[in-house]
Structures are given as C-alpha cells and as structure tokens.
Design a protein around this ligand. Structure first.
Ligand SMILES: Nc1ncnc2c1ncn2[C@@H]1O[C@H](COP(=O)(O)OP(=O)(O)OP(=O)(O)O)[C@@H](O)[C@H]1O
Ligand SMILES: [Mg+2]
Length: 250
C-alpha cells in the first residue's frame, strides 16, 4: 500500500536519511523509532510529500506520490510534529475548514466533529479560540483533523505529545480499530514501551541511516490485547462502546 524505496535525504551537505526502505500494508502499523535527530520527522515529511527525497521514491499503490500529490493527500491523515494552528479560529471552525477542504459531506462532517470532540473531552471548548488552548488541547485538534475523514493512510509524528493518559489510551484504541479496517498507519512515536503492543513492524532509525527491522505481534485490532488497566476502566469502556459508534467507523 505505502512503500518507501531507497530514500535518501540531504539538507545541503547534511545527510538526514540514507537508504531507508519499508512497506506498510493494509491493516498494519509501523512504528518508526529512533533518537533525536535520527530522521523520523524527515521521513514523515517525505511520506506526506512535503519534501522530495534527494534519491529514492515514496510509492502509494505502486505509484510515486509526486505523480498525483493532490489525490494522494486526500487519502492521507497527517499529524505534524508541531501544532501550527490558527489561534484566532475556534477548534470547531478549524475542523470544519479541514473537512470542507477535504470535501466531506456536511452531515458526515458534523457527526464526526461532534463525536470526536466529545470523545476527546473538548466539547465544552469547541467554540473557544484556539489561542487559549493548552498544548494537549491543540494536539487533540490535530488528531481529530487527521482522523475525521476516515483516511486510508495515517502518518503521525509524535501523536501523543502533550496528551493526558486517558486521551492517549483512547487514541491507541482508535488506532487499533483503524487497523482492523485495513488502514495503513505510520507512527513516529515518543518512545514508550506500551506503544510496542501496537506495532506490526518496528523500524529503528539511527543518525542518518536505516538501522534494523524487527517484527512485532500482529496489529490487527484485538480488544483483548488492550492493557488490562484500560479494559477494566468502566467509565472509559462506557465512553468508547456506548457513545461513539460513529467515531469508530463501525
Ligand atoms: N530544515 C533542515 N535543515 C537542515 N538540517 C535539518 C533540517 N531538518 C532536519 N535537519 C537535520 O536532519 C537530521 C534529522 O532531523 P529530524 O528532524 O528528521 O530528526 P528527528 O528524528 O525527527 O528528531 P526528533 O526526535 O528530535 O524530532 C538532523 O541532523 C537535523 O539536524
Ligand atoms: Mg522529529
């Protein structure tokens, strides 16, 4: 589905990536781990088409993404490393703008925005300008914007940055649900042991070059595979299973 083939990226004479290759199939999550400066965000920018590789290609369904970047991006949900949002807009206005750019039908857009704002406990802040949002609240808006159009591919650069514990768990659960629907998901996470349970494949980047490839357990959605702490939290289960069927795209 999504393939990085022999990617090299130089910033001037600085090598940021050397010969990175991987493939993400439908229903797979690829965790892309590495220390600071190892090239994770650079890889994300190549996968989204923000940057072009110095050498190599990013292929979606066998075609170079730069052949038709507009239609590729319609299939993509993207969370950047840094939240650059328009502070004068409310969270709701921003999400509606994103949904309109993505040509989402209006009833679907409203339903998804309502449901996801509720799921991430932002309903009471929906009409407040984002300049007054906390870091975690801005991050949630980015996550909602990436998820709401039910994209085929998700590319996430440190998606849990600033998120509280409950929101992190909800997000991980959503990722597992999206996996079971056949989405291809690339995550460059802040390192956390608990993320490992999600990865189908983990790649380890080290400064400037691709390092190793390790297979992990299958990432197909498996509710029993959730940490015990989550599945035993009644409030959380209620929120996930009763209030948000539309969000889970079931
Ligand atoms: N715009 C740029 N101009 C020059 N060098 C850059 C630029 N962006 C990144 N680099 C360099 O490329 C390398 C990889 O940077 P990148 O941001 O991709 O790393 P990262 O793995 O995302 O790091 P972090 O964990 O800190 O987010 C680093 O050596 C960095 O200094
Ligand atoms: Mg980075």
């Amino acid at each position: 589905m999504l393939e990085a083939r022999g990617l090299f990226k130089y910033y001037g004479s600085v090598p940021a990536l050397r010969n990175v290759s991987f493939h993400i199939g439908p229903g797979q999550v690829l965790g892309y781990l590495g220390p600071n400066g190892s090239g994770k965000s650079t890889t994300v920018k190549l996968l989204t088409g923000i940057l072009e590789p110095t050498r190599g290609q990013v292929l979606f369904s066998g075609k170079n993404i730069h052949d038709d970047l507009v239609s590729y991006r319609k299939r993509l949900g993207y969370v950047p490393e840094e939240a650059n949002l328009y502070g004068y807009m409310t969270g709701e206005e921003y999400l509606e703008m994103v949904g309109t750019f993505r040509e989402m039908p209006s009833p679907v857009l409203s339903q998804r925005v309502d449901g996801l704002l509720e799921l991430f406990s932002l309903t009471s802040q929906r009409s407040v300008p984002m300049s007054s949002y906390s870091k975690g609240m801005r991050q949630k808006i980015l996550l909602i914007a990436a998820l709401m159009d039910d994209p085929e591919i998700l590319i996430l650069d440190e998606p849990l940055s600033g998120l509280d514990a409950v929101s992190s768990l909800i997000f991980r659960y959503l990722i597992q649900g999206l996996c079971s629907k056949g989405k291809a998901i690339f995550i460059a996470p802040t390192y956390s042991k608990s993320w490992k349970r999600l990865y189908a494949t983990a790649h380890f980047a080290k400064r400037g070059s691709y390092c190793a490839r390790v297979y992990r357990r299958s990432a197909t959605a498996d509710r029993a595979g959730l940490p015990l702490r989550i599945s035993s939290c009644r409030w959380w289960r209620k929120k996930m299973f009763c209030g948000s069927q539309t969000i889970l795209w079931t």
